[in-house]
Design a protein around this ligand. Structure first.
Ligand SMILES: C[S@@+](CC[C@H](N)C(=O)[O-])C[C@H]1O[C@@H](n2cnc3c(N)ncnc32)[C@H](O)[C@@H]1O
Length: 341
């Protein structure tokens, strides 16, 4: 069925409404039983009249059902907005329909005209400068990245040969979600999550407050600016969903820093995990998202781009494997290392 231009235009309001549902935790509030607007408003401490308007709109989108007594109930779609759903996208919805949508609405036209990134055009600061000054959105960002990492974490834990690996370093690893999945499946591994200081601080505090004594022994957070340095000591380096947020020049700089860290080790491997244009069903929109969150002229890479950037950084791409969630895994070695495949 053809979607009219007007419904695309109205889509920004639908998207904002879904983002509000996610942020307010309404699917969680409906987890035990269907509820009226008054009961939901009480559960999430919100204004009842406004809440009813929001619920009517999202029910019309099919996100919730509403019965003859005006009680709202979860559907398969809203189940994924529950915090504890195994494929939850609650935080991802909060972030994309919230901050990213606001940035795109406020800055996309100006960014296209001026050839700049969207966040500075909308807010005057880059994404990470913005997050450093907004604790609540920072937490949502970390959890959204976790939502995004879940499916690929399971695939990597199952398919990457970890037998000869002791230490895995995740570069730009966010709150460590990917490493946590891998470490849970491979009890002999230690993980080092490298990220910005404020991300590491939050994630480390959460880990210390948890009762997972085993993970506390095996997962370390290392604050660093990956444009300047990457810690040594990994047998396997990962970098997932990071490079495409940077210009080609910055990407080569990050890869060069990983190469320097790798050169101090015993022939380690690097897995670059990114959407690559040839294997990405969402490629048409990806570069708009990159404009919103990334550096000026950040773009989704092709296979040829990754091979060239790796070569410029002194690395050799041995293989590229398409994976679920529109991602590809490029397996890299030091350029001068003997090939393993
Ligand atoms: C798009 S997120 C991806 C997070 C994680 N790898 C994932 O796939 O879920 C990019 C990550 O890079 C981190 N990052 C951005 N700039 C950085 C820098 N200069 N130094 C260290 N980490 C940085 C961010 O804090 C964020 O966690």
């Amino acid at each position: 069925m053809e979607v009219s231009l007007l419904s695309h235009v109205m889509g920004s309001i639908s998207s904002a409404a879904i983002g509000a549902v996610a942020r307010l935790g309404i699917a969680d509030a409906l987890a035990d039983r269907p509820k009226t607007g008054a009961e939901i408003a009480e559960a999430i401490e919100a204004d009842q009249v406004s809440l009813e308007s929001l619920m009517q709109a999202v029910a019309a989108l099919g996100i919730f059902t509403v019965d003859e007594d005006r009680r709202y109930a979860n559907t398969a779609a809203s189940e994924q907005l529950k915090s504890d759903h195994p494929q939850s996208i609650r935080h991802l919805a909060s972030l994309i329909c919230g901050l990213y949508g606001q940035a795109a609405a406020g800055g996309l036209a100006k960014a296209v005209k001026d050839g700049t990134a969207v966040m500075p055009a909308a807010f005057g600061v880059s994404l990470y400068e913005y997050l450093e000054n907004d604790a609540e959105t920072s937490r949502i960002f970390d959890l959204a990245m976790q939502d995004w990492s879940r499916p690929i974490g399971v695939v990597l834990a199952e398919h990457v040969p970890f037998e000869d690996v002791r230490v895995v370093v995740d570069v730009g690893g966010g709150n460590g979600a990917l490493l946590k999945t891998i470490l849970a499946a491979h009890p002999h591994l230690h993980g080092v999550c490298v990220d910005r200081p404020d991300t590491c601080r939050r994630a480390e505090a959460d880990l210390r407050a948890s009762d997972d004594e085993d993970l506390k022994q095996r997962l370390t957070y290392r604050p660093a600016d990956i444009l300047k340095e990457i810690p040594e000591g990994g047998d396997l380096y990962l970098i997932k969903n990071v490079l495409h947020d940077w210009s080609s020049e910055s990407s080569v700089r990050i890869l060069s820093n990983i190469r320097t860290a790798m050169a101090a080790g015993d022939n380690p491997t690097l897995l670059v995990i990114d959407p690559l244009a040839e294997h990405d069903s969402g490629a048409a929109f990806r570069n708009v998202i990159k404009m919103v969150v990334g550096e000026t002229h950040a773009r989704e890479r092709t296979e040829a781009d990754i091979r060239r950037e790796a070569a410029d950084a002194g690395l050799h791409v041995e293989s590229i494997t398409p994976c679920p969630a529109d991602l590809s895994v490029a397996t890299c070695k030091l350029a001068e290392a003997p090939a393993t495949v």
